[in-house]
Design a protein around this ligand. Structure first.
Ligand SMILES: [Zn+2]
Length: 131
């Protein structure tokens, strides 16, 4: 395979704090976080981007969404301004061509800034997912 950094993490050739893992997906801390909590959920199998998904990948996409959801729930993130983003290509700000969902705390209101300091409940390895 390529020098894809996310494939390296999925294959344990590169280190990253792991938040959640199942047989087909993995969530880990972004190594260049843009927020106090910035986790990335990936399929372990290399899929370049959202547009590369095939019809047979529907179950995998559901598992990926569940993994991202569990990380967000464990971190205490909710529905008040946190975000899950899937970028496609460099013009969207995506720097790694491996499908991923980025989960982070969003916003700059005073309440959101206070909450950005709050998600301390998420500790690498503390989230479990079903196989
Ligand atoms: Zn990859």
């Amino acid at each position: 395979m390529s020098a894809c950094p996310f494939c390296g993490i999925a294959a344990s050739r590169a280190a990253a704090p792991i938040f959640a893992e199942d047989g087909e997906t993995l969530a880990f801390a972004d190594l260049t976080p843009q927020a106090p909590l910035h986790a990335l959920g990936i399929p372990k199998r290399h899929i370049e981007h959202f547009g590369s998904l095939k019809a047979r990948d529907g179950e995998l996409l559901g598992r990926l969404a569940q993994t991202a959801q569990r990380v967000a729930e464990q971190a205490g993130l909710g529905t008040r301004g946190d975000r899950v983003v899937c970028k496609i290509g460099p013009d969207a700000g995506n720097s790694v061509a491996h499908l991923h969902l980025a989960c982070s705390v969003a916003g700059n209101s005073p309440g959101q800034r206070a909450r950005r300091r709050a998600p301390t409940s998420l500790v690498a390895g503390s989230v479990t997912t079903s196989p």
